[in-house]
Write a protein that binds this ligand. Structure first.
Ligand SMILES: [Ca+2]
Length: 100
């Protein structure tokens, strides 16, 4: 399992993602880091790029898919129930992680 640093690591939650199966593991600060949740989000070839894309000050689950240049954003503001996509990039582009 590879780590995926995100802004949430130092604020509300700790997150890991497993590139082999696209599962995100989120250690919840609301339980004093005693429990975690998992989400299936992304493919093994995707690049995880967690960040707050919907402006609610919580990290969203985001992957960039180099094969089609599409960003897949699973929104924290919907309790990770809905997502949006944006085509922004090409197969040779690399996403840049940003930190608040
Ligand atoms: Ca968010």
């Amino acid at each position: 399992m590879a780590t995926c640093p995100s802004p949430a690591t130092t604020t509300a939650t700790a997150r890991l993602t497993s590139p082999s199966n696209g599962i995100w593991y989120i250690l919840k600060s609301s339980t004093n880091y005693a429990s975690y949740v998992t989400y299936q989000w992304g493919l093994s070839s995707d690049v995880p790029v967690a960040g707050d894309y919907d402006g609610d000050r919580q990290s969203d689950l985001v992957v960039y898919r180099p094969s089609n240049g599409v960003w897949y954003i699973l929104k924290s503001s919907t309790n990770y129930a809905t997502y949006v996509t944006y085509q922004w990039g090409t197969s040779t582009d690399l996403p840049i992680r940003t930190y608040p």
